[in-house]
Write a protein that binds this ligand. Structure first.
Ligand SMILES: Nc1ncnc2c1ncn2[C@@H]1O[C@H](COP(=O)(O)OP(=O)(O)O)[C@@H](O)[C@H]1O
Ligand SMILES: [Mg+2]
Length: 608
């Protein structure tokens, strides 16, 4: 019993398993995040280099064209037709090379992007599957989904194109500056004065733009959350006729989404005229001073034309650089959030030396106290032994702690005090897999995965044959209704699948548990949501299922409870009575008082 974990085993430190999206915002360059992001590029190095090579090729050819066009102009003015033709061919060749560069760039960077997406998604999925239930109690599914979708997309964009756009813009800018300085230093210095002006404008603009973008993103998240909830809860909404209230609420978040986007568009719109004005100023400077130099014979017309073309090309990279600045900020925040999620350690972990639990039969609670969060106590000092082959029923009011007790056997949560043992093995000391493989759990809300009924029954034992699946379905009492379905065991269920009734779904889940053939069975109000017909079928299956197994049954039906070997009455997290039906009735205690309220409809005496 040494494998008892101390408290505070959450790996996330301050996070303690929760994570908050809005806290991590802003830092442009977080070296820790950047370092981890860069690691994703390792396996795609060669593709990345080829893509980057293509990009540099494109950048250089883009810059070369105006220069070459300028030379062609001079040849024409000189009347050198052969020279003109040569220049036309050279320009054509350069453009072809640029085209090839672009092809390499798109091809390899596309590959890099997809590869990164693929890896991060796989990591997230694997990681999320391992996290303990407590994590999912604390974090909303919608929040987690937005991590997996939006944030992954964001860092993929940064790694696959954002970084290289920065590279492209920087190379272009520097190449243009060099060519201009070489061709005509004075005019180049004069023209370059526009660049800082533009950079300042762009920088100020991006500050506002960033705020607007954050607002847009928040608004999108809210709208999506509302939509999701609206769809998930549509049954409740309609039955309570709350459509109008919801519509009003949605109207307000939708309006915020609208105004946030309009605001962002306004900022975007304001940017372009400023760029145009500065471009015009640059062009004017070139024409005014360059024109004078041409007239003075210090500069060719071709060089002047090249300069004018360069002025136009100047602003794109400057703008691109400031825009990417915003993108990088966002991607860093996304990266930080993704890593935060990936860093959440499962609270419940196997001891490295944990042995597998051999086939087991006896469940024992010794002095168990438990609460879902530190400091709270839902169960107090539970002492209970379920002997091999025994069926123990647990009864108690809603919230008494019945399900919590069941959750401790499978170690979905860990006890704070005492021990839960199975055949003398502390559940904390054996591997979770071996423990859970021996305990079949059927709860009140049956979950079917997307796929066929057969897949669903086979879920816990994928190697089972068709015959074994049918055998299990027969034992569960599910075979009759399944064979009556048009497509039988092939019927698609789960999300978007054919709808089964609650009772039918529960029978499929029961078949799933039976197929796994565990020596210990836990039924947690398994029949509470099903109709009387399904319940009768299930009661019969239960009796077959319980034979030779150790069973813990949480029930509210009299017929199930009275048949149990022993009954445990739980109240406010404490065991208040233990005994057989007869003993407890004789005691005239809590069970006796509850007896009237336990639901009576049993399986047999129905006058159908
Ligand atoms: N996942 C959870 N996180 C936090 N508290 C919980 C969780 N599940 C149940 N509780 C609380 O623990 C207590 C016992 O719940 P539970 O064991 O589900 O009762 P029962 O199954 O008898 O209705 C209740 O007060 C309930 O609010
Ligand atoms: Mg319960």
């Amino acid at each position: 019993m040494s494998a008892h974990h101390g408290g505070g085993q959450h790996g996330g430190g301050e996070l303690s398993g929760t994570f908050d999206s809005d806290k991590v915002m802003g830092k442009v360059y977080d070296s820790r995040v950047a370092g981890r992001l860069i690691k994703y590029l390792g396996p795609v190095k060669s593709n990345l280099s080829l893509g980057a090579g293509g990009m540099i090729l494109r950048s250089v050819t883009t810059v070369a064209v105006p220069f070459l066009v300028g030379i062609a102009m001079d040849r024409i003015i000189e009347g050198d037709l052969v020279g003109r033709n040569t220049m036309v061919l050279i320009v054509a060749a350069v453009i072809m090379v640029g085209w090839g560069g672009r092809y390499l760039e798109e091809l390899f960077l596309g590959f890099v992007g997809q590869k990164i997406l693929y890896r991060v998604r796989t990591q997230m999925f694997d990681h999320l599957q391992k996290l303990s239930l407590g994590f999912f109690d604390r974090n909303k599914v919608g929040r987690i989904m937005s991590r997996v979708q939006n944030d992954v997309q964001q860092i993929q964009e940064l790694l696959a194109s954002g970084m290289l756009n920065v590279l492209f813009s920087a190379v272009t800018l520097i190449a243009i500056a060099i060519i201009m300085l070489v061709v005509n230093t004075d005019l180049a210095l004069l023209t370059l004065t526009v660049v800082p002006a533009l950079a300042i404008v762009a920088f100020i603009w991006q500050k506002y733009a960033r705020r607007a973008f954050i607002r847009v993103r928040r608004a999108i998240a809210t709208v999506n959350a509302q939509l999701q909830e609206g769809i998930a809860g549509v049954r409740v909404t309609q039955s309570l006729t709350r459509e109008d209230v919801n519509a009003e609420q949605f109207e307000s978040v939708n309006r915020e989404h609208f105004t946030a986007n309009v605001e962002a568009a306004r900022l975007q719109a304001a940017m372009w005229p400023m760029v145009e004005i500065l471009t015009a100023v640059g062009t004017a400077l070139v024409i005014y001073f360059g024109g004078a130099q041409v007239l003075a014979g210090q500069m060719t017309i071709g060089a002047l034309v090249a300069f004018m073309l360069y002025v136009r090309r100047f602003f794109e990279p400057v703008l691109e650089l400031t825009m990417e600045y915003v993108e990088i900020q966002r991607a860093m925040a996304s990266g930080a959030r993704i890593f935060e999620l990936l860093d959440v350690e499962p609270e419940i972990t196997d001891d490295p030396a944990a042995p597998d639990l051999p086939p087991a039969k006896e469940i024992k609670f010794e002095g168990v106290s438990f609460g879902y969060s530190p400091g709270t106590r839902g169960l107090h000092d539970i002492n209970l032994t379920v002997n091999p082959g025994e069926t123990v029923a647990i009864v108690g009011k809603t919230g008494a702690g019945k399900s919590s007790l069941a959750n401790l056997i499978t170690r979905f949560y860990e006890v704070q005090e005492g021990w839960v043992t199975v055949d003398g093995y502390d559940v904390n000391s054996v591997t979770q897999q071996s423990l859970r493989r021996q305990i079949g759990v059927v709860t009140q809300d049956p979950f079917l995965f997307f796929g066929s009924i057969e897949d669903n029954i086979r879920y816990g034992r994928t190697e089972a044959t068709r015959e074994e699946v049918i055998e299990a379905a027969k034992k569960a009492g599910a075979h009759d209704f399944i064979s009556r379905l048009e497509r039988g065991y092939e019927t698609q269920v789960g999300e978007r699948g054919e709808n089964l009734s609650a009772g039918q779904r529960q029978l499929v889940c029961l078949a799933r548990a039976i197929l796994a053939n565990p020596p210990i069975i836990v039924l947690d109000e398994a029949t509470s949501n099903v109709d009387t017909h399904a319940e009768r079928v299930m009661q019969r299956s239960f009796r077959r299922l319980m034979k030779g197994r150790t069973c813990l049954i949480i029930a509210h039906r009299l017929s199930t409870v009275t048949r149990a070997d022993r009954i445990v009455v739980l109240d406010q997290g404490r065991i208040v009575e233990i005994g057989s039906h007869r003993e407890l009735m004789a005691r005239k205690g809590m069970y006796y008082n509850m007896y009237g309220s336990l639901l009576a409809p049993g399986p047999e005496p129905q006058s159908a």
